[in-house]
Design a protein around this ligand. Structure first.
Ligand SMILES: Nc1nc2c(c(=O)[nH]1)N(C=O)[C@@H](CNc1ccc(C(=O)N[C@@H](CCC(=O)O)C(=O)O)cc1)CN2
Ligand SMILES: Nc1ncnc2c1ncn2[C@@H]1O[C@H](COP(=O)(O)OP(=O)(O)OP(=O)(O)O)[C@@H](O)[C@H]1O
Length: 199
């Protein structure tokens, strides 16, 4: 029966497939330039205080590359962490120091090995499949980020959430479910945009 599935699942899957195909089709040169342009906009628009813990990601598939921005944030005093898949439902964030060894950490991702301490980020650069003008975010459908944010919130940890994407990943409307947590800002090759509160 149709009722056996969450109402939005099919719509989310179709949207995810469509936008990821668009992202996969971007020219490699454009992709590279976009990562640098986003880094420049992020450097101008995102305040970094000494010691702040910023979560990034090691890009997979055709994701926009956050590393130029992460490395410049580190130079400005930020501590960087990267997500690692701990089990099917759980991701955690391990600190990424300049000499940290990176290993395979699930779903084709790279992250710090288990010697690196787990940390709570105050700011998160989040990968995504699609976003809309309200700041709703669609991931790869595993719910990893939504669950990690719910666990943080239960401990009183409420990081600032900045989605990172190409402009072509914007859609009119991301169907939202109660567990989805809205973005505060989106950073793309055309700049940093803030969403109004109360999604
Ligand atoms: N760079 C990066 N690191 C990350 C994530 C991410 O989205 N990007 N994650 C975000 O959660 C976590 C890993 N979880 C992931 C979950 C699913 C897929 C994935 O590619 N799933 C399907 C594709 C889904 C689709 O095309 O509809 C696949 O395996 O093909 C990737 C990462 C933590 N690290
Ligand atoms: N806080 C949560 N607690 C329990 N289950 C959750 C939570 N958040 C999401 N899920 C489950 O995870 C699955 C995927 O959710 P959804 O389609 O919103 O993921 P996504 O936003 O694409 O992925 P992600 O959050 O990893 O970027 C759904 O079955 C959903 O019910």
């Amino acid at each position: 029966m149709v009722e056996a599935f969450p109402p939005d699942t099919t719509e989310k899957q179709q949207l995810r497939r469509m936008v990821l195909a668009r992202r996969d089709g971007l020219d490699p040169r454009f992709r590279y330039d976009a990562g640098l342009a986003a880094a420049k906009a992020g450097e101008a628009g995102i305040a970094i205080v000494e010691g702040v813990i910023v979560a990034g990601y090691w890009p997979i598939r055709s994701e926009i590359d956050p590393r130029p921005l992460l490395f410049s944030m580190r130079e400005r005093g930020a501590r960087i962490c990267l997500p690692v898949v701990l089990d099917h439902e759980t991701i955690g964030f391990r600190e990424y120091l300049p000499d940290t060894e990176l290993v395979q950490t699930g779903f084709g991702t790279m992250g710090p090995d288990s010697n690196a301490p787990m940390v709570d980020p105050a700011l998160m650069l989040m990968p995504l499949a699609a976003f809309d003008r309200r700041g709703h975010r669609l991931g790869y459908g595993a719910g990893h980020y939504d669950r990690a944010l719910a666990r943080f919130a239960a401990r009183g940890v409420k990081p600032v959430l900045i989605g990172m994407a190409f402009d072509c990943q914007e859609v009119d409307h991301v169907p939202n479910e109660p567990h989805d947590i809205g973005l505060d800002q989106i950073l793309t090759e055309s700049g940093l945009r803030s969403f109004s509160a109360g999604l």
